[in-house]
Design a protein around this ligand. Structure first.
Ligand SMILES: [Zn+2]
Length: 185
């Protein structure tokens, strides 16, 4: 097993499994597919089932280092990767990828990315602070539609929505304070 230091992680890659959105797929299924491709185990660091259940892949349990993945050619030495089950729709064949995430998968994906950012640093958008959150297809030289959506703008929106969610609460508090002041005057 090859390990890379936490400090080497520059990218968090998001993948789909290129299986149909009505298929029940587990990390064990992916591992079987990857063993056939000559990998020694599942290539991703985590796998998210349709139900939102997160299954571990490559070893991330050791402090300060992570097992190198086999998920993005040319980028495994400086990245970790997560894969969600899905990406294909019946009637469209295997050559067209879609964002088929269930709400449970999206929620689990956000939580998983948050955990990685807590470990590796940053907000996923500033390479000076930590790894960038991107899609497989954003990797230089990658010829794939995986994971079926633009990850970086999606992640920026997740972060922006969080900031926006915090603001009204502060606004509400200010309104209450003003109301109390007015009542006293
Ligand atoms: Zn991929």
């Amino acid at each position: 097993m090859t390990y890379i230091p936490d400090s080497a992680v520059k990218f968090i890659f998001v993948h789909y499994s290129a299986t149909y959105d009505d298929q029940v797929v587990t990390a064990a299924d992916i591992e079987r597919m990857h063993l056939k491709r000559g990998f020694n185990k599942i290539g991703y660091h985590a796998f998210i089932r349709r139900t939102g259940t997160v299954e571990p892949g490559r070893d991330m349990t050791r402090p300060g280092k992570v097992e190198q993945g086999a998920q993005v050619s040319g980028h495994n030495h400086h990245s970790v990767g997560v894969c969600f089950a899905g990406g294909l729709k019946r009637g469209h064949g295997v050559n067209k990828g879609f964002d088929t995430r269930t709400p449970e998968q999206t929620e689990a994906l956000i939580a998983w990315i948050d955990a990685q950012l807590a470990r590796f640093g940053g907000d996923g958008m500033d390479p000076a602070k930590g790894p960038l959150v991107v899609g497989h297809r954003d990797a230089k030289g990658a010829a794939t539609q995986c994971p079926g959506f633009d990850v970086a703008p999606w992640w920026a929106e997740v972060q922006a929505n969080r900031r926006a969610a915090k603001r009204p609460r502060i606004g509400l508090l200010a309104a209450i304070v003003n109301l109390l002041k007015g009542a006293r005057a």
